[in-house]
Design a protein around this ligand. Structure first.
Ligand SMILES: C[S@@+](CC[C@H](N)C(=O)[O-])C[C@H]1O[C@@H](n2cnc3c(N)ncnc32)[C@H](O)[C@@H]1O
Length: 512
């Protein structure tokens, strides 16, 4: 038989979180599309809010101070309060909920009132202070309260790119952290608002986990917070489906100034699906020697194998004495030089659409100019000299099974002239010159393998492949790359055969 106090608690939970979910649905219906995009109003569904609220370790104290910046209609706040109260984390809880958009405030006030009345039934002294203000301005302005610290900060931040000249971006730079997106600004100020030993939990896009744009922010966050748990969603469409958001989301929780020993990593398809999880050493998530501090998420046995294989490869790109850069031709800035039908005064112009099964198919009817006119000496600055190069797409198309798609430009097949590489491609070269044919082909096979693709996905949550990402990979030795190229046809065979080739090379490499 269910004990009466448990029955009351269960009933009260249904009452509370159902009612806050109803407020959320009402809030979404009241949004107009322009303010929704401007304020990044993507409210957390109830089940996702419960998942997020379950993540942080609960600081033990008689009284707790909680901050929710960008509180919206209060769903995340309510789920956190529910957990704190039912886990009897503290006798008194004070929540500060910050929300800029006045039109949401009536729903947030209702949510706060519901929470306070509900908590009272459990003998918890809950107060909610709603601040109708701009979170960034209030924490970075002259009158910012430097002693305003919290034990727990829960954030589902707004997302919006912050242009280099935006006031928010400047405010954060003067604060010491360059934040290219509003979500990074919220996390920076949220982490900073924590007491030592306090907990941060947040759901954000995965885009900050690698790449150069978020490097300063990522380093700040990982320096300030020791991660305890990381959860990712495989589906890009389910979590915020009722507000139409399509992106890879990640939930992080960690302790300010905490110990970096182990991290629990989990993954589920959407927020209502079962999760698989495992515990990894901190080093597996963030390698101490990685000067870019990428967040690497090996989520299952195959990911771990890919990460281990990659770590065991003998060479960095520097060891191979090779370079990778972004293609120099930005087509909309070079209109007058583009030629649909290349003639004698043109260099071949290569787009991602020219890459086919490991080779460059040029010229090809892809609806893009195929020639780059060379009129003056200075036009050569946009070109690479004749030679073999490995080209890698910077953006993979949705239908492509791999994120890394590489192909060889080979003068023996494609013609011995300088080459114009369009900006949506990365190019591997030897200090501005071509590579040996064997190395080019070996590199292309390695980059096109499933093992490299899997490893890449452990740290990259988006379809973009930056030159910086490629620079962090490890590679087989010069000898292995050359040997591998000798046993492969020019046009790459099917994926299974590419992988078999790479696997036998790995076995040989490991036996040495
Ligand atoms: C992604 S929503 C999350 C809402 C809520 N925390 C949840 O999880 O459902 C972000 C919220 O931040 C608010 N917001 C946007 N910019 C803000 C700012 N500069 N200061 C305070 N709130 C802001 C938006 O109006 C929106 O309600």
């Amino acid at each position: 038989m269910i004990r009466p106090e448990v029955a009351t608690a269960v009933h009260a939970e249904v009452d509370l979180l159902d009612r806050i979910e109803a407020l959320r649905v009402r809030a979404i219906a009241s949004l107009n599309t322009s303010t929704q995009a401007r304020f990044g109003q993507y409210f957390t569904p109830r089940r996702a809010a419960e998942l997020i609220a379950a993540m942080p370790r609960l600081p033990k104290s008689r009284s707790l101070r909680v901050l929710d910046p960008g509180a919206g209609s209060g769903m995340l706040m309510a789920a956190m309060i529910y957990r704190l109260v039912t886990d009897r984390a503290a006798q008194s809880i004070h929540v500060t909920a910050v929300e800029l958009d006045e039109s949401i405030l009536p729903m947030l006030h209702d949510a706060a009132q519901e929470c306070v009345q509900w908590a009272e039934r459990f003998g918890c002294d809950l107060t909610v202070d709603i601040k109708a203000e701009d979170f960034i301005d209030s924490r970075t302005g002259w009158d910012a309260l430097s002693e305003d610290f919290y034990d727990l900060v829960v954030i589902n931040p707004p997302y919006a790119k912050l242009p280099a000249n935006s006031a928010y971006r400047h405010a954060l730079i003067s604060y010491g952290v360059d934040c290219p997106n509003l979500y990074a600004a919220f996390l920076t100020l949220g982490a900073d608002a924590l007491n030592e030993g306090g907990e941060l939990v947040t759901i954000t896009p995965r885009s900050f986990a690698n790449g150069p744009y978020f490097e300063q922010f990522r380093k700040f966050l990982l320096r300030t917070i020791a991660l305890n748990r990381v959860h990712t969603f495989e589906s890009r469409s389910t979590v915020f489906s009722d507000t139409g958001v399509l992106q890879e989301n990640i939930v992080l929780s960690g302790t300010k100034g905490g110990e970096r020993s182990k991290v629990r990593i989990s993954v589920s398809n959407g927020h209502t699906d079962d999760a698989i999880e495992h515990v990894v050493p901190y080093e597996a998530l963030i390698n101490r020697d990685d000067r870019h501090q990428f967040l690497r998420l090996a989520l299952g046995a195959e990911d771990i194998l890919a990460a281990d294989t990659m770590a065991s490869m003998p060479a960095t790109l520097d060891d191979l004495n090779l370079k990778v850069s972004t293609g120099r031709v930005v087509d909309f800035r070079a209109h007058e030089k583009l030629r649909d039908e290349p003639d004698d005064e043109c260099a071949p112009l290569i787009y991602p659409g020219n890459l086919q099964q490991g080779v460059v198919d040029w010229p090809r009817a892809i609806g893009k100019a195929q020639g780059f006119a060379i009129r003056e000496e200075s036009d050569h600055k946009a070109l690479v000299p004749p030679g073999c190069y490995v080209l890698v797409k910077r953006f993979s198309a949705k239908e492509e099974t791999r994120r890394i798609v590489a192909a060889v430009w080979d003068p023996e097949v494609n013609g011995d002239s300088p080459v114009a590489v369009e900006n949506h491609l990365n190019v591997f070269h030897d200090h501005g010159n071509g590579l040996s044919r064997e190395i080019a082909r070996g590199l292309s096979i390695w980059l096109n393998s499933t093992i490299v693709d899997r490893f890449f996905r452990t740290f990259s949550g988006h379809t973009q492949v930056n030159a910086t990402d490629l620079r962090t990979l490890r590679f087989p030795s010069f000898d292995s790359l050359s040997r591998m190229s000798g046993s492969a046809p020019r046009m790459l065979p099917d994926q299974a055969r590419v992988d078999r080739l790479v696997e036998s090379m790995i076995r040989l490499e490991m036996a040495q």
